[in-house]
Every structure is written in C-alpha cells, then in structure tokens.
Design a protein around this ligand. Structure first.
Ligand code: SAH
Length: 245
C-alpha cells in the first residue's frame, strides 16, 4: 500500500485527523473543474495519505454533508491521486439496542447500503439499496480496537419509520450520510473501499440526534484521529489482501 485516501464530510470532523497526521493543505486539481472539497496530504510510515474534505457550501455556509459532495470529492480524489484504498471516515449514529455506545469505532463489514432509496420495481429495489462492496477488514478492525458492523447511508439525519424498516431488513450498526456514495465511486474505479465510523449519537436514545452529535463530536473525532494513525501503521505493514480473512 503506497497511497491512501481518506474522504471526510465536515471540516470539524477532519481537523483532529489532519492534525494527528501532520497533513498540510495542497491545491485541488483545478483542471477537473469546480470541486466542493479541500485536500490535505502527508507521508507517514511510507504511506502517502490524502485527506479530502467535502468543504463548505458557499450559499448556505455549512459543511457539504451528504452523498453528492461525497461522490464528487471521491471521484476527483480517485482520478487525481489514484489511491490503493479509499476510506470513508467520519461520525455516525449507532443503536444502543444493537450494543453501540458513544465513542465506539465501527469498521464496515460486508456491503454498504442505503436506507432511504425505496424503489418498488424489480431490480431497482436492489439498486436502491446499493450493496456496495467493502474490503474484508476484520484484522484491520482488531488493529483499530473497533467493532465490525453494517454501515447504512441516507441523506437525512433523522430516522423515519420507512428508514427503520429498511434498516431492519438490511442491518445497520453505523448510520451516516456519505459512505454508500464513496463506496459507489470506489467500485466504479475498481479501488478497494472500507468505512471507519465513530459513533457520535444513539439513534434509539430519547435525546435529539443533533444535540447528541454536538455534545459528543469531540469524543468521536479524537477516536477518529487515533484510528487514522493506527490505520496508517497497519496499512504500511499489511497488504490489502491481509486486511481481512
Ligand atoms: N449538527 C451538525 C450536523 C451533523 S450532520 C452540525 O450542526 O454541524 C451529520 C454528519 O455526521 C453527517 O456527515 C453524517 O455522515 C454523520 N452522522 C452522525 N450521526 C448521524 C446520524 N444519526 N444519522 C445520519 N448521519 C449521521
């Protein structure tokens, strides 16, 4: 493994990761046209690491969370950097009822799915869920002191009754807003993909998700910063074929 791309949604999530890696800002690839993201790079343990952050929406003044910026940032990063591995890394919700606690780290296990793309037509139903492959990564999870789990994506922070039904059908341990889009682009490029998510909030808690997110973001981002460092140490010593068994 020589080149690693970490795709992140929010600058506030990314700052501790960028600091922990000693990454510095690099110019975006302007020849590709306008792009939503920002790029940071460092070399650690012989691995060239690029952190791509989805940037700020210029009209709304908030982070470009969600699937469209994630897909564009991943596409540009894949083309520009040609990474050996693409990682969707960031915050996520979990379920206490499925054993999650705030600050837990989840590594993707099996396909990444959508839980808000309901298309009740033959074949489009499966297309909607996506089932994007993730690299077998049980050894990586052990090295990161993380759990393995199903990562499930939508473009909403809340969980509707319909979402809940789809999550029950396809599983869900980490609920977030980017991984399936990143995994879709990675599959298109034929680049292995893994998601690493730190739990900021519990979906089945009575406390509002946004309040939990704000209260727990520092815990989760500190966990992500440590995970990014551990990932690079692991990746520098381990071929991708040995990330899992
Ligand atoms: N309240 C925050 C917005 C957080 S949006 C703010 O004001 O800045 C949620 C971001 O964290 C998304 O990028 C998403 O991937 C992730 N996330 C964390 N918990 C989530 C949940 N329960 N559902 C969906 N996405 C979640």
């Amino acid at each position: 493994m020589t080149r690693l791309a970490l795709i992140m949604a929010m600058q506030v999530e990314a700052v501790p990761v960028i600091a922990a890696l000693g990454a510095t800002t690099v110019p975006p690839p302007t020849h590709l046209g306008p792009l939503p993201g920002r790029l940071y790079q460092s070399n650690r343990d012989g691995v060239d690491v690029t952190v791509a952050v989805n940037g700020i929406d210029p009209r709304h003044g908030v982070a470009n969370i969600g699937t469209q910026p994630a897909a564009l940032t991943t596409w540009a990063t894949a083309l520009h950097i040609q990474p050996d591995l693409i990682v969707s890394i960031g915050a996520a919700g979990g379920w206490a009822g499925r054993g999650a606690a705030v600050g837990d780290l989840v590594v993707s296990d099996g396909p990444v799915v959508y839980h808000d793309r309901r298309i009740a037509m033959p074949r489009f139903d499966d297309y909607g869920v996506g089932f994007y492959p993730s690299l077998p990564a049980n050894r990586l999870a052990a090295a990161l002191d993380a759990k393995l789990g199903t990562v499930t994506t939508s473009n909403s922070l809340d969980e509707t009754d319909d979402d809940r039904r789809m999550i029950a059908a396809n599983g869900g341990d980490a609920k977030e807003m980017e991984a399936a889009a990143v995994a879709w682009v990675a599959e298109m490029f034929g680049i292995p993909f893994v998601a690493i998510k730190a739990i900021t909030d519990l979906v089945d808690s009575p406390t509002a998700t946004a309040d939990q997110f704000d209260a727990n973001l520092d815990i989760a981002t500190a966990r992500l910063a440590r995970a990014a460092q551990d990932l690079i140490s692991f990746a520098s010593a381990t071929p991708l074929t040995d990330f899992g068994s």
